[in-house]
Design a binder for this molecule. Structure first.
Ligand SMILES: [Zn+2]
Length: 291
């Protein structure tokens, strides 16, 4: 009897926690020690995984909604048109020059020629993407280094380029609980935005480690990977990117990184000493030392 109850409890656990199935599938496929012969091969490896996975999830989505893929694409196009009405932008403020400049630099790095605007707003998160513009919470973002802000913009940019920004509306509690195709479709979009922003260069992949806090609690109803998972994915991709660099660039990368981590360690030690001298716990946010 007790064993049955225990088994039933254990069986219910994964459902109760409703783990992000797409992130788990991706993490199972990640091979930190895999060697790639070129940058192209590395990028194609991830492109292939997302293409296959998207096809599977979209097939599930079609079956669940009794619609074919054309109908789903059409519905998204209607939604995009609706959202592109100019009156929707009136609620936002003009972004400050620092954020304008950082977005411009990000677009240049990604070779994006089209016009993508940026607005400031007190949104709950840090940044969000819509059809062809990004909204940033400047108050929250301003404490981060330029590299971190560019990495966040790079994530948002992927949503614009893959045109998936409007798919993330209206997920119910049950969608998460049951990991429905709709929920998994959105999880994939978030994961893809992470992976393809990291894949740009080791600088982009490494920057986010200052942004994600592995100790940050993760809501099972969040379609993003947890901070801990995002940090692992970024670290793995960074390592793979560095391994395909030509030798001199690889050496330069390691030298810059060694200098940076030394600076961080020293900075942290100084903060601790300063805190002790003042007779209280250090209050300087860790990220400020990364600048
Ligand atoms: Zn996102």
């Amino acid at each position: 009897m007790i064993r049955t109850i225990t088994l039933a409890f254990l069986a219910a656990l994964p459902l109760g926690l409703c783990a992000n199935q797409e992130v788990e599938a991706f993490m199972n496929m990640l091979e930190p020690d895999r060697k790639f012969s070129s940058y192209q091969e590395l990028v194609e490896h991830y492109q292939q995984w997302f293409t296959t996975r998207y096809a599977e999830v979209e097939a599930d989505l079609c079956a669940a909604t009794h619609k074919n893929l054309d109908q789903l694409v059409q519905e998204r196009a209607v939604l995009r048109k609706e959202y592109s009405q100019p009156y929707r932008l009136e609620v936002f403020d003009v972004a400050s020059p620092r954020f304008e400049r950082l977005l411009k630099e990000t677009l240049k790095d990604f070779g994006v020629k089209r016009k993508i605007k940026i607005y400031a707003s007190s949104i709950t998160g840090y940044a969000a993407a819509y059809l062809d513009f990004i909204i940033v919470n400047e108050w929250r973002m301003s404490r981060y280094s330029d590299d971190v802000i560019k990495a966040v913009f790079a994530h948002e940019l992927q949503h614009i380029l893959f045109e998936d920004c409007l798919d993330s509306d209206h997920l119910s509690y049950q969608d998460h609980q049951e990991q429905t195709p709709r929920c998994r479709h959105m999880q994939l979009a978030e994961l893809r935005a992470d992976v393809f922003s990291f894949l740009k260069s080791p600088t982009y992949a490494a920057a986010v480690k200052d942004y994600f806090d592995p100790k940050w609690p993760h809501s099972p109803y969040d379609i993003h990977a947890s901070d801990a998972q995002r940090a692992i994915i970024a670290k793995t991709i960074c390592k793979q990117l560095v391994s395909v660099l030509p030798l001199y660039k690889r050496l330069a990368w390691h030298a810059i990184h060694a200098a940076r981590s030394l600076k961080t360690t020293l900075g942290r030690q100084m903060t601790v000493l300063w805190g002790r001298w003042k007779g209280k716990q250090p209050k300087v946010p860790y990220t400020l030392l990364m600048l």
